[in-house]
Ligand binder design. Structure first.
Ligand code: GDP
Length: 325
Protein backbone atom coordinates (compact mmCIF):
# COMPACT_ATOMS: atom_id res chain seq x y z
CA UNK A 1 0.00 0.00 0.00
CA UNK A 2 1.25 3.47 -0.92
CA UNK A 3 1.43 5.38 2.34
CA UNK A 4 3.61 8.31 1.38
CA UNK A 5 1.69 11.50 2.12
CA UNK A 6 -1.12 9.62 3.83
CA UNK A 7 -0.60 11.44 7.07
CA UNK A 8 -0.92 14.91 5.46
CA UNK A 9 -3.99 13.85 3.52
CA UNK A 10 -5.66 12.59 6.67
CA UNK A 11 -4.84 15.82 8.50
CA UNK A 12 -6.46 17.63 5.56
CA UNK A 13 -9.62 15.60 6.09
CA UNK A 14 -9.32 13.52 2.90
CA UNK A 15 -11.91 10.76 3.35
CA UNK A 16 -10.34 8.36 0.86
CA UNK A 17 -7.02 8.63 2.65
CA UNK A 18 -8.82 8.01 5.93
CA UNK A 19 -10.51 4.91 4.52
CA UNK A 20 -7.16 3.61 3.25
CA UNK A 21 -5.53 4.24 6.60
CA UNK A 22 -8.28 2.29 8.36
CA UNK A 23 -7.73 -0.59 5.94
CA UNK A 24 -4.05 -0.40 6.86
CA UNK A 25 -4.71 -0.63 10.61
CA UNK A 26 -7.06 -3.56 9.99
CA UNK A 27 -4.44 -5.52 8.07
CA UNK A 28 -2.71 -8.40 9.78
CA UNK A 29 0.39 -8.23 7.55
CA UNK A 30 3.52 -7.40 9.52
CA UNK A 31 4.68 -4.69 7.08
CA UNK A 32 1.23 -3.07 7.17
CA UNK A 33 1.26 -3.16 10.97
CA UNK A 34 4.60 -1.39 11.05
CA UNK A 35 3.31 1.28 8.64
CA UNK A 36 0.10 1.63 10.64
CA UNK A 37 2.00 2.11 13.87
CA UNK A 38 4.26 4.75 12.41
CA UNK A 39 1.28 6.57 10.86
CA UNK A 40 -0.61 6.53 14.16
CA UNK A 41 2.42 7.82 16.01
CA UNK A 42 2.80 10.67 13.46
CA UNK A 43 -0.84 11.65 13.72
CA UNK A 44 -0.86 11.39 17.50
CA UNK A 45 1.40 14.43 17.53
CA UNK A 46 -1.33 16.56 15.92
CA UNK A 47 -3.24 16.30 19.21
CA UNK A 48 -6.70 16.51 17.66
CA UNK A 49 -9.62 15.23 19.69
CA UNK A 50 -13.21 14.45 18.84
CA UNK A 51 -16.10 13.70 21.12
CA UNK A 52 -16.21 9.91 21.15
CA UNK A 53 -19.71 8.64 21.74
CA UNK A 54 -20.37 4.94 22.28
CA UNK A 55 -23.82 3.71 21.30
CA UNK A 56 -25.34 0.35 22.05
CA UNK A 57 -28.68 -1.33 21.58
CA UNK A 58 -30.10 -4.68 20.59
CA UNK A 59 -30.88 -5.36 16.91
CA UNK A 60 -34.11 -3.68 15.87
CA UNK A 61 -34.07 -1.00 18.56
CA UNK A 62 -33.39 1.64 15.90
CA UNK A 63 -29.65 2.25 15.98
CA UNK A 64 -29.26 2.87 12.24
CA UNK A 65 -32.32 5.10 12.17
CA UNK A 66 -31.03 6.99 15.19
CA UNK A 67 -27.51 7.44 13.83
CA UNK A 68 -28.87 8.64 10.52
CA UNK A 69 -31.16 11.23 12.14
CA UNK A 70 -28.79 12.23 14.92
CA UNK A 71 -25.84 12.43 12.54
CA UNK A 72 -27.79 14.62 10.11
CA UNK A 73 -28.78 16.91 12.96
CA UNK A 74 -25.13 17.28 14.01
CA UNK A 75 -24.14 18.02 10.42
CA UNK A 76 -26.81 20.71 10.21
CA UNK A 77 -25.15 22.23 13.25
CA UNK A 78 -21.91 22.42 11.31
CA UNK A 79 -20.20 19.41 12.86
CA UNK A 80 -18.32 16.64 11.07
CA UNK A 81 -19.42 13.15 12.05
CA UNK A 82 -17.72 9.77 11.77
CA UNK A 83 -19.50 6.48 12.43
CA UNK A 84 -17.62 3.31 13.28
CA UNK A 85 -19.07 -0.04 14.23
CA UNK A 86 -18.05 -2.89 16.47
CA UNK A 87 -20.05 -5.88 15.45
CA UNK A 88 -19.23 -9.02 17.39
CA UNK A 89 -21.50 -11.07 15.11
CA UNK A 90 -19.04 -10.52 12.29
CA UNK A 91 -16.54 -12.53 14.32
CA UNK A 92 -18.91 -15.46 14.31
CA UNK A 93 -20.45 -15.38 10.87
CA UNK A 94 -17.62 -13.86 8.89
CA UNK A 95 -20.01 -11.27 7.49
CA UNK A 96 -20.92 -8.02 9.12
CA UNK A 97 -24.55 -7.35 9.92
CA UNK A 98 -23.79 -3.70 10.48
CA UNK A 99 -21.91 -3.47 7.21
CA UNK A 100 -24.12 -5.48 4.92
CA UNK A 101 -27.37 -3.64 5.43
CA UNK A 102 -28.03 -0.53 3.43
CA UNK A 103 -27.92 1.83 6.28
CA UNK A 104 -27.77 5.54 6.86
CA UNK A 105 -28.54 6.45 3.33
CA UNK A 106 -28.68 10.22 3.80
CA UNK A 107 -25.71 10.40 6.11
CA UNK A 108 -23.53 8.34 3.81
CA UNK A 109 -24.06 10.95 1.08
CA UNK A 110 -22.95 13.87 3.26
CA UNK A 111 -19.46 15.18 2.64
CA UNK A 112 -19.09 15.94 6.34
CA UNK A 113 -19.85 12.35 7.32
CA UNK A 114 -17.67 9.27 7.25
CA UNK A 115 -19.17 5.83 7.77
CA UNK A 116 -17.13 2.71 8.20
CA UNK A 117 -18.64 -0.73 8.76
CA UNK A 118 -17.29 -3.15 11.29
CA UNK A 119 -13.97 -4.83 10.56
CA UNK A 120 -14.42 -8.57 10.24
CA UNK A 121 -12.14 -10.20 12.72
CA UNK A 122 -11.96 -13.49 14.47
CA UNK A 123 -11.79 -12.16 18.00
CA UNK A 124 -12.99 -9.16 19.93
CA UNK A 125 -9.45 -8.23 20.99
CA UNK A 126 -8.51 -7.63 17.35
CA UNK A 127 -11.68 -5.67 16.67
CA UNK A 128 -11.03 -3.56 19.75
CA UNK A 129 -7.58 -2.51 18.61
CA UNK A 130 -8.69 -1.79 15.07
CA UNK A 131 -11.66 0.26 16.20
CA UNK A 132 -9.56 2.18 18.71
CA UNK A 133 -7.04 2.97 16.01
CA UNK A 134 -9.80 3.91 13.57
CA UNK A 135 -11.14 6.33 16.19
CA UNK A 136 -7.69 7.93 16.44
CA UNK A 137 -7.53 8.25 12.65
CA UNK A 138 -10.97 9.91 12.54
CA UNK A 139 -9.87 12.34 15.23
CA UNK A 140 -6.77 13.22 13.24
CA UNK A 141 -8.96 13.75 10.17
CA UNK A 142 -10.77 16.48 12.08
CA UNK A 143 -14.12 14.84 12.86
CA UNK A 144 -15.87 16.57 15.74
CA UNK A 145 -17.95 13.59 16.78
CA UNK A 146 -17.05 9.92 16.43
CA UNK A 147 -19.99 7.59 17.02
CA UNK A 148 -18.93 4.06 17.87
CA UNK A 149 -21.84 1.71 17.49
CA UNK A 150 -22.21 -1.79 18.83
CA UNK A 151 -24.90 -4.43 18.92
CA UNK A 152 -26.04 -5.01 22.47
CA UNK A 153 -24.95 -8.54 23.07
CA UNK A 154 -22.59 -8.30 26.03
CA UNK A 155 -18.84 -8.03 25.93
CA UNK A 156 -18.60 -5.60 23.04
CA UNK A 157 -20.28 -2.84 25.11
CA UNK A 158 -17.43 -2.88 27.57
CA UNK A 159 -14.92 -2.59 24.76
CA UNK A 160 -16.79 0.34 23.23
CA UNK A 161 -17.32 2.07 26.58
CA UNK A 162 -13.59 1.82 27.20
CA UNK A 163 -12.84 3.82 24.08
CA UNK A 164 -15.65 6.38 24.44
CA UNK A 165 -16.00 9.63 26.32
CA UNK A 166 -19.71 9.09 26.70
CA UNK A 167 -21.90 6.04 26.39
CA UNK A 168 -25.49 5.98 25.12
CA UNK A 169 -27.83 3.05 25.49
CA UNK A 170 -30.72 2.90 23.05
CA UNK A 171 -33.81 1.00 24.20
CA UNK A 172 -37.20 0.29 22.73
CA UNK A 173 -40.50 0.70 24.55
CA UNK A 174 -41.72 -2.55 26.04
CA UNK A 175 -44.22 -3.86 28.51
CA UNK A 176 -43.85 -4.90 32.14
CA UNK A 177 -40.70 -6.80 32.88
CA UNK A 178 -38.40 -5.36 30.25
CA UNK A 179 -35.96 -4.01 32.83
CA UNK A 180 -34.71 -7.52 33.35
CA UNK A 181 -33.70 -7.70 29.72
CA UNK A 182 -30.93 -5.16 30.19
CA UNK A 183 -27.95 -6.36 32.12
CA UNK A 184 -27.08 -4.28 35.12
CA UNK A 185 -23.49 -3.94 33.94
CA UNK A 186 -24.64 -2.35 30.68
CA UNK A 187 -26.96 0.04 32.52
CA UNK A 188 -24.05 1.05 34.71
CA UNK A 189 -22.01 2.03 31.69
CA UNK A 190 -24.68 4.32 30.27
CA UNK A 191 -24.45 8.08 30.70
CA UNK A 192 -27.70 8.53 28.82
CA UNK A 193 -30.46 6.01 28.22
CA UNK A 194 -32.54 6.89 25.18
CA UNK A 195 -35.90 5.20 24.85
CA UNK A 196 -36.47 5.24 21.12
CA UNK A 197 -39.73 4.93 19.16
CA UNK A 198 -41.53 7.40 21.42
CA UNK A 199 -44.07 8.11 18.70
CA UNK A 200 -47.58 7.08 17.60
CA UNK A 201 -49.05 4.06 19.38
CA UNK A 202 -45.76 3.36 21.10
CA UNK A 203 -45.65 6.69 22.92
CA UNK A 204 -47.45 5.55 26.14
CA UNK A 205 -45.26 2.45 26.42
CA UNK A 206 -42.17 4.60 25.79
CA UNK A 207 -43.22 6.97 28.57
CA UNK A 208 -43.63 4.07 31.01
CA UNK A 209 -40.35 2.48 29.95
CA UNK A 210 -38.52 5.77 30.32
CA UNK A 211 -39.91 6.28 33.83
CA UNK A 212 -38.93 2.71 34.77
CA UNK A 213 -35.36 3.25 33.61
CA UNK A 214 -35.13 6.67 35.23
CA UNK A 215 -36.12 4.93 38.48
CA UNK A 216 -33.62 2.13 37.94
CA UNK A 217 -30.83 4.63 37.25
CA UNK A 218 -31.57 6.40 40.52
CA UNK A 219 -30.98 3.11 42.33
CA UNK A 220 -27.60 2.55 40.73
CA UNK A 221 -24.55 3.93 42.42
CA UNK A 222 -23.99 7.56 41.46
CA UNK A 223 -20.77 8.57 39.83
CA UNK A 224 -19.49 11.23 42.14
CA UNK A 225 -17.68 13.07 39.36
CA UNK A 226 -20.84 13.76 37.33
CA UNK A 227 -23.67 16.29 37.80
CA UNK A 228 -26.32 14.96 40.21
CA UNK A 229 -28.95 14.38 37.50
CA UNK A 230 -26.73 11.99 35.50
CA UNK A 231 -26.97 9.30 34.27
CA UNK A 232 -30.46 10.04 32.95
CA UNK A 233 -33.15 8.49 30.77
CA UNK A 234 -35.03 10.35 28.08
CA UNK A 235 -37.32 9.66 25.13
CA UNK A 236 -36.52 10.07 21.46
CA UNK A 237 -38.08 9.17 18.16
CA UNK A 238 -35.37 8.56 15.60
CA UNK A 239 -38.07 8.16 12.93
CA UNK A 240 -39.72 11.52 13.64
CA UNK A 241 -36.55 13.26 14.76
CA UNK A 242 -37.99 14.29 18.12
CA UNK A 243 -35.87 14.49 21.26
CA UNK A 244 -32.63 14.40 19.29
CA UNK A 245 -31.54 17.96 19.90
CA UNK A 246 -32.52 17.59 23.58
CA UNK A 247 -30.32 14.48 23.73
CA UNK A 248 -27.45 16.43 22.16
CA UNK A 249 -27.96 19.24 24.70
CA UNK A 250 -27.62 16.73 27.51
CA UNK A 251 -24.52 15.23 25.93
CA UNK A 252 -22.95 18.68 25.66
CA UNK A 253 -23.94 19.52 29.21
CA UNK A 254 -22.24 16.39 30.55
CA UNK A 255 -19.21 16.88 28.30
CA UNK A 256 -18.78 20.52 29.39
CA UNK A 257 -19.08 19.56 33.03
CA UNK A 258 -16.50 16.82 32.69
CA UNK A 259 -14.15 19.11 30.77
CA UNK A 260 -14.29 21.89 33.32
CA UNK A 261 -13.95 19.48 36.26
CA UNK A 262 -10.93 17.76 34.70
CA UNK A 263 -12.86 14.47 34.62
CA UNK A 264 -12.65 14.24 30.84
CA UNK A 265 -8.85 14.22 30.85
CA UNK A 266 -8.79 11.69 33.69
CA UNK A 267 -11.09 9.31 31.83
CA UNK A 268 -8.96 9.54 28.69
CA UNK A 269 -5.75 9.05 30.64
CA UNK A 270 -7.14 5.98 32.40
CA UNK A 271 -8.35 4.57 29.08
CA UNK A 272 -4.96 5.16 27.43
CA UNK A 273 -3.23 3.38 30.30
CA UNK A 274 -5.71 0.50 30.10
CA UNK A 275 -5.22 0.06 26.36
CA UNK A 276 -1.45 0.12 26.78
CA UNK A 277 -1.68 -2.66 29.36
CA UNK A 278 -4.03 -4.53 27.07
CA UNK A 279 -1.48 -4.31 24.23
CA UNK A 280 1.17 -5.74 26.53
CA UNK A 281 -1.15 -8.58 27.52
CA UNK A 282 -2.02 -9.34 23.90
CA UNK A 283 1.66 -9.34 22.92
CA UNK A 284 2.50 -11.72 25.75
CA UNK A 285 -0.31 -14.04 24.75
CA UNK A 286 0.99 -13.98 21.19
CA UNK A 287 4.37 -15.14 22.44
CA UNK A 288 2.64 -18.21 23.84
CA UNK A 289 1.39 -19.18 20.42
CA UNK A 290 4.62 -20.69 19.08
CA UNK A 291 4.88 -24.46 18.48
CA UNK A 292 7.57 -24.79 21.18
CA UNK A 293 5.45 -23.10 23.81
CA UNK A 294 2.49 -25.20 22.78
CA UNK A 295 4.61 -28.36 23.21
CA UNK A 296 5.76 -27.23 26.62
CA UNK A 297 2.19 -26.35 27.58
CA UNK A 298 1.16 -29.83 26.61
CA UNK A 299 4.11 -31.47 28.45
CA UNK A 300 3.58 -29.54 31.64
CA UNK A 301 -0.15 -30.05 31.27
CA UNK A 302 0.40 -33.83 31.22
CA UNK A 303 2.50 -33.65 34.37
CA UNK A 304 -0.15 -31.59 36.13
CA UNK A 305 -2.83 -34.03 34.99
CA UNK A 306 -0.72 -36.97 36.27
CA UNK A 307 -0.41 -35.34 39.65
CA UNK A 308 3.40 -34.96 39.36
CA UNK A 309 3.30 -31.18 39.60
CA UNK A 310 0.89 -28.66 41.04
CA UNK A 311 -0.61 -26.30 38.51
CA UNK A 312 1.13 -23.34 40.18
CA UNK A 313 4.56 -24.97 40.09
CA UNK A 314 4.07 -26.05 36.47
CA UNK A 315 3.01 -22.57 35.40
CA UNK A 316 6.00 -21.02 37.12
CA UNK A 317 8.35 -23.55 35.52
CA UNK A 318 6.95 -22.93 32.07
CA UNK A 319 7.08 -19.16 32.41
CA UNK A 320 10.63 -19.22 33.71
CA UNK A 321 11.85 -20.81 30.48
CA UNK A 322 9.68 -18.51 28.29
CA UNK A 323 12.47 -16.15 27.15
CA UNK A 324 14.29 -19.19 25.65
CA UNK A 325 11.26 -20.56 23.82
P1 GDP B 1 -31.10 -1.41 14.36
O1 GDP B 1 -31.15 -2.87 14.07
O2 GDP B 1 -30.93 -1.15 15.83
O3 GDP B 1 -30.09 -0.67 13.54
O4 GDP B 1 -32.54 -0.81 14.03
P2 GDP B 1 -33.09 -0.06 12.72
O5 GDP B 1 -32.64 1.36 12.72
O6 GDP B 1 -32.76 -0.87 11.52
O7 GDP B 1 -34.65 -0.03 13.01
C1 GDP B 1 -35.39 -1.22 13.22
C2 GDP B 1 -36.87 -0.94 12.92
O8 GDP B 1 -37.39 0.00 13.85
C3 GDP B 1 -37.08 -0.37 11.55
O9 GDP B 1 -38.25 -0.93 11.01
C4 GDP B 1 -37.27 1.11 11.80
O10 GDP B 1 -38.07 1.73 10.83
C5 GDP B 1 -37.94 1.11 13.15
N1 GDP B 1 -37.66 2.34 13.91
C6 GDP B 1 -36.45 2.88 14.14
N2 GDP B 1 -36.59 4.03 14.84
C7 GDP B 1 -37.92 4.21 15.06
C8 GDP B 1 -38.68 5.21 15.72
O11 GDP B 1 -38.18 6.20 16.26
N3 GDP B 1 -40.04 5.02 15.76
C9 GDP B 1 -40.64 3.95 15.19
N4 GDP B 1 -41.95 3.86 15.30
N5 GDP B 1 -39.94 3.00 14.54
C10 GDP B 1 -38.60 3.12 14.46
Amino acid sequence: MQIVGLSDKILNGDRRALARAITLVESSRADHRAQAESLLQDLHGAGRQAMRIGLSGTPGVGKSTFIEAFGMMLIERGLRVAVLAVDPSSARSGGSILGDKTRMDLLSREKNAFIRPSPSQTHLGGVARHTREAVALCEAAGYDVVLIETVGVGQSETVVAQMSDLFLLLLAPAGGDELQGVKRGIMEMADLILVNKADGDLKPAATRTCADYAGALRLLRKRSQDPPDFPKAMMVSAAEGTGLSEAWDEIEKLADWRLTQGVWANIRAAQARMWFEDEVRQALLKRLQTPQVRDELSNFGDRVADGQLTSTAAARALLSCLPDL
